[in-house]
Design a protein around this ligand. Structure first.
Ligand code: UT7
Length: 325
């Protein structure tokens, strides 16, 4: 019997504090950082973001999203036998955020580890969990993307600080004789590591390097549009399908202009592209599961639909997972 991994529940969590563009522009002006609501909306499509207070960590948001996904799946945390967390803003250098979430869920024994692929992290984690379920190494996995990117933003850099938000999303994957995840494709090209990075580290009791995110926006934009197109074509072909068979495209939510360009290049109507970047801004590894949960809970994504999730970001990394819901 063929063994597949199927998404049986989704969940998400956002910090309480919603910060509109107007509020952010006011706060940045007090620091002497000049930006405008008009620029943010016109260049990115972002209207607002959620920002976590200092006491809220990635593991807390991730555990809340996991509990919501378990609730949607109607299963107990005790039946989970694998936890994979995608994050670039872990609580600690170690232990992993996955182990902290495992503790928060009051379960023990199953493997738990973090995946580091920045904004492609959730798609990477989903592909890993799928492979482990298909080989029989696991039967019920929690796959979580969670971030507090606000912690690594330079609030004096208007080119990056208006773009990101905090949040978490999660899915429960379960072994099934019916698909399930139909195909996945992952890529990286470390030659582009310098265009998007946080090149700092904890060392000798202090921070070495630069502890804030830096980005060559136009270079990332150009690469993102190109690889989101190529990996979409690759993954539908691997599944023996065509782009016309896709009900929903859920790309990484970085910029509404990238989302529209990707949809256009693939010939998918705008109504089939899920957009949440306007509401959440760029939440890195959390963006795809947050968008999937939003579109599932509002009734757009339904049983029988085929959903293509796409990640792209620092590394440079990119990938896609095609799933039948
Ligand atoms: O999550 C990982 C993936 N990340 C992405 O995919 C992000 C990809 N990149 C982007 O989304 C876009 O490149 C940005 C939104 C980051 C920037 O948009 P852009 O159209 O590429 O603008 P730009 O960087 O070329 O800057 C255009 C102008 C510059 O002014 P001059 O040099 O033309 O006078 C910037 O200084 O916009 C200026 N600018 C701003 N102005 C007001 C940059 N940031 C701001 C700002 N407010 N916040």
């Amino acid at each position: 019997m063929q063994r597949y991994a199927r998404i049986i529940g989704t969940g998400s969590a956002l910090p309480e504090r919603l910060v509109s563009n107007a509020e952010l522009v006011r706060e940045l002006a007090q620091r002497g950082v000049e930006t405008s609501e008009e620029w943010i909306v016109a260049r990115t499509g972002i209207l607002q973001r959620y920002l976590a207070p200092p006491e809220v960590s990635s593991s807390m948001l991730g555990a809340d999203a996991a509990r919501a996904a378990l609730g949607a799946a109607g299963i107990e945390a005790a039946s989970i036998d694998l936890i994979i967390v995608a994050t670039s803003t872990p609580d600690y250098v170690f232990p992993s955020t996955a182990c902290l979430i495992q503790k928060s869920l009051a379960i023990a024994g199953c493997p738990a580890f973090d995946v580091q692929a920045v904004c492609s992290g959730f798609v990477y984690a989903l592909a890993c969990a799928d492979a482990m379920i298909r080989t029989g190494a696991a039967s019920r996995a929690l796959v979580i993307g969670t971030e507090v990117f606000s912690r690594i933003l330079d609030w004096n850099d208007r080119g990056t600080c208006v773009l990101f938000g905090d949040g978490a999303g999660a899915v429960v994957l379960a072994a099934d004789s019916a698909p399930g995840i139909l195909a996945s494709k992952l890529h990286a090209d470390g030659r582009h590591e310098q265009i998007l990075r946080t090149a700092g580290h904890v060392s000798g009791g202090g921070i070495t390097g630069h502890p804030f995110l830096t980005m060559d926006g136009p270079a990332v934009f150009k690469l993102a549009v190109s690889v989101l197109d190529s990996v979409a074509r690759e993954v539908v072909e691997a599944a023996g399908l065509t782009l016309a068979d896709i009900d929903w495209l859920i790309p990484h939510q970085a910029n509404v202009r990238i989302l529209h360009a990707t949809g256009r290049k693939l010939g998918l109507p705008a109504e089939r592209v899920v957009i949440t970047v306007d509401q959440h801004a760029n939440t890195s590894a959390a963006s795809v599961p947050l968008a999937l949960d939003t579109a599932t809970r509002d009734g757009r994504v339904r049983s029988g639909h085929r959903v293509m999730m796409q990640g792209v970001g620092g590394g440079f990394t990119w990938g896609a997972v095609l799933a039948a819901i």
